[in-house]
Design a protein around this ligand. Structure first.
Ligand code: NAP
Ligand code: ZN
Ligand code: ZN
Length: 361
């Protein structure tokens, strides 16, 4: 080959050096971390990350609460950014588009759940946005506490520019995780709904349930959140550690959404369901739930769980939010303040989602 001839470029081996914040080991503070993203393949988009929400799952993973974390771990799965480059076969997006990435970046695409657009329940396991292996079985995923991300367009969401983007970022996890069960269990106008825990997920659940016309009660351990609960649209508030305030709540609700991150007494809340009512757990504490059979049997109560949502329903939720001007209430932080934000999250002191401004990285 002469000196003037150009070698064909093998993009599969080229990488994009980037930077983020990582926990280098379980429960360690996050610190700057340099790593590589792959060059966009034919169906990939390269995204410059503008904002990333801080989910309690990020904290569970940093602590390795669920025993599945890989370190160094770059958290973040509430990602909003701009497309800067697209692979040759990308059809949904072009450079400059505002987009989002949520909790998973790939799935098998062949199982029943994937075919039904419920990729979060992929039988082979959806590829999580961070601390997971890509389908090649060896490349580790890194999340949105970083400058850029590369993702197959099939797992990228369209974001309206009509809403403030820092308030949209939490919709990619907190939004869809609460939207999906409210829709699946068909919560409707007039239903009596309770939301346990007024945090990132809980405050989105209140907004959605109110917007569907339900009669909404917040069940909280923080007296200081009563005013906010009502401002967010809830009709009632009960402090769960005050016996007086909860004694009238037995057999009251058609539907309860449990967003609690820590150990708690499921039975206490299940007793608040009416006959045939359903309580759905989206909070993911690592302690198992202890539920007496009689609590369920005596009023034919249901207890279920739910995980995030599929790509199609996430897009539906984002479009609904754009049409109804629904966004998260956020505290925007610099990435250097992330460890302080986690300390506050542990104390249930979040109003109501921290969002990292990646311009601070
Ligand atoms: P968050 O912002 O920290 O909010 C959790 C809220 O729960 C707290 O603000 C607090 O609200 C309440 N709470 C905390 N500990 C409690 C306890 N021991 N007993 C009773 N209430 C308690 O967390 P988040 O980001 O909303 O996430 C909540 C949970 O959902 C986490 O476990 C997270 O991993 C999980 N999650 C699940 C999915 C899914 O797909 N299923 C998706 C995202 C997150 P009050 O002050 O009002 O009591
Ligand atoms: Zn999350
Ligand atoms: Zn699948």
């Amino acid at each position: 080959m002469s000196e003037t001839e150009v070698m064909p470029v093998d993009t599969s081996t080229r990488t994009i050096p980037t930077v983020g914040y990582a926990a280098y080991a379980a429960s360690e503070d996050l610190a700057p971390f340099k790593f590589d993203r792959r060059e966009p393949l034919a169906h990939d988009v390269l995204i410059e990350i503008l904002y990333c929400g801080v989910c309690h799952s990020d904290l569970h993973c940093i602590r390795n609460d669920w025993g599945i974390s890989m370190f160094p771990l770059v958290p973040g799965h509430e990602i909003v950014g701009r497309v800067t480059r697209t692979g040759d076969h990308v059809t949904k997006f072009k450079a400059g588009d505002t987009v989002g990435v949520g909790v998973f970046v790939d799935s098998c695409r062949e199982c029943e759940s994937c075919k039904e657009g419920l990729e979060q329940y992929c039988e082979k396991g959806a590829v999580l946005t961070y601390s997971a292996f890509e389908k090649d079985g060896k490349t580790v995923t890194y999340g949105g506490y970083s400058r850029q991300i590369v993702c197959d367009e099939k797992y990228v969401l369209r974001i309206s520019d009509g809403l403030p983007l820092e308030k949209v970022a939490p919709l990619l996890c907190a939004g869809i995780t609460t939207w999906s069960p409210l829709r699946h269990w068909k919560v409707k106008a007039g239903d009596k709904v309770a939301v346990i825990g007024l945090g990132g997920l809980g405050h989105m659940a209140v907004k959605f349930a109110v917007s569907f016309g339900a009669d909404v009660t917040v069940l909280s351990t923080s007296a200081s959140k009563e005013k906010d609960a009502l401002r967010l649209g809830a009709h009632h508030f009960a402090l769960t550690n005050d016996e007086e305030q909860v004694k009238s709540l037995t057999n009251q609700f058609n539907f309860i959404l449990d967003t609690v991150a820590g150990t708690h007494d499921y039975n206490f809340y299940l007793n608040m369901l009416k006959r045939d009512g359903t309580m759905v757990g989206v909070g993911l504490p690592n302690e198992p739930a202890h539920v007496p059979a009689f609590t369920l049997a005596l009023q034919r109560r249901n207890m279920a769980g739910s995980i995030i949502g599929g790509i199609a329903e996430t897009q539906e939720m984002l479009d609904y939010c754009a049409a109804h001007q629904i966004t998260a209430d956020v505290e925007v932080i610099n990435i250097s303040d992330i460890n302080k934000a986690f300390e506050r999250m542990e104390k249930s002191d979040v109003k109501y989602r921290f969002v990292i401004d990646l311009a601070s990285l």
